[in-house]
Structure formats: C-alpha cells, structure tokens
Design a protein around this ligand. Sequence first.
Ligand SMILES: CC(C)(COP(=O)(O)OP(=O)(O)OC[C@H]1O[C@@H](n2cnc3c(N)ncnc32)[C@H](O)[C@@H]1OP(=O)(O)O)[C@@H](O)C(=O)NCCC(=O)NCCS
Length: 167
Amino acid sequence: MEITIRPYKSEDTQAILDIINYNILNSTALYDYNIRTFEQQKNILEEKISKQFPVIVAAVDGIAMGFGMYSEFRFREAYKFTVEHSVYVNESHHGKGIGKMLLQELIELAKKQKLHTMIAVIDSENQSSVEFHEKFGFKTVGIIKESGYKFDRWLHSVFMQLILDKK
Ligand SMILES: CC(C)(COP(=O)(O)OP(=O)(O)OC[C@H]1O[C@@H](n2cnc3c(N)ncnc32)[C@H](O)[C@@H]1OP(=O)(O)O)[C@@H](O)C(=O)NCCC(=O)NCCS
C-alpha cells in the first residue's frame, strides 16, 4: 500500500464527497443532516483554496482515502492567526496511520503559514478522534454542551487546541 500526501486536485472531489456523505449519514463527526452534492462539496473545497488555505489528500494507490484542511476559526480580523481544521479518513482505511500523516502535514503547513493556534471541534461521542488529537498535543479547552441535535439526541462539542509557536 503506497500512501502519498499531496495537495487536493479536482479529480479527488468524488472520493472526498463519499467520505463526507458516509460520515453525515452514519456518524456524529459532522453535524449536517443531509448529504452534500458534488457541486456543493467542490465549492467548499475551492473556496478554501481561493483563500490560501490548504486542502490535502492521502492518496492510497492513487485514490484519495483521506483528506485534511483548515480555514478560519471565526471571521473577525483578530482571529487571523487561529484556524479550525478537520481530518477524515475513509472507513475502510481507519487505523493505518493515514490520519496521523494528514494531521502532521496540516500542522507543518500551519507553522509555515505563521499561524499561532489550531482548533479541532469534535463531537464528544467521537472519543477516538479526541484520543487521536491528544497524541499530537491537543488539549481539551472547552465543551459546549447540547450544541448539536442529531439522531434524536443532544450532542456536545469538544473544543481541542494546539498552540503552534510557544515562546
Ligand atoms: C480520527 C481519524 C481521522 C483518525 O484517522 P486514522 O487514519 O484512523 O488514525 P491513525 O491510524 O493515523 O491513528 C492515529 C492514532 O489515533 C488513535 N486512534 C485512531 N483510531 C482510534 C480509535 N478508533 N480509538 C482510539 N484511538 C484511535 C490511535 O491511538 C493512533 O495512534 P497509534 O498509531 O499510536 O496507535 C479517523 O478515525 C476518522 O476519519 N474518523 C472520522 C472523522 C473524524 O472524526 N474526524 C475528526 C474530526 S476533526
């Protein structure tokens, strides 16, 4: 199995859409109710790139089996050194180190862009993602209780933070 981390190309859109829509339908990782169309997902990815934010994929034998990206945490100017990221790996390839490769690369890119801190917003039921982020030094800095409602239950958002350039 050859895994390559590289920038997103438009040909990756369908593979990314498949991962996103799987998670919308089957998990609380995404707080959407409805699956996205190809056009919607393509626009989301292209908008990030147009703002100079990275979108990267993990290609396994040429096919995108995971992706990662970051963009604004909030929109006011003073937030400009803070980004919120996400990392997703196709169900069929969990636990093979792909998520680690993607998050490592996002952290390197954020440092190169002279950003100061990265935030992950993770559903509290998604304990594997919390543990995954802890391995990189992310700390839980807050939990917004009952901030989501999906699958007939309240969901809690865990905010995890990594400070990049400690001085
Ligand atoms: C979270 C996610 C990105 C991890 O990617 P992955 O490729 O499966 O993870 P890796 O194989 O790189 O594992 C990295 C570490 O995370 C931890 N981890 C991964 N899956 C785990 C699980 N199910 N339970 C506990 N820890 C887990 C492992 O401890 C592993 O460290 P190790 O190699 O030292 O054992 C992936 O499971 C995923 O896409 N989940 C659904 C979407 C999601 O929740 N994204 C995060 C929102 S920002």
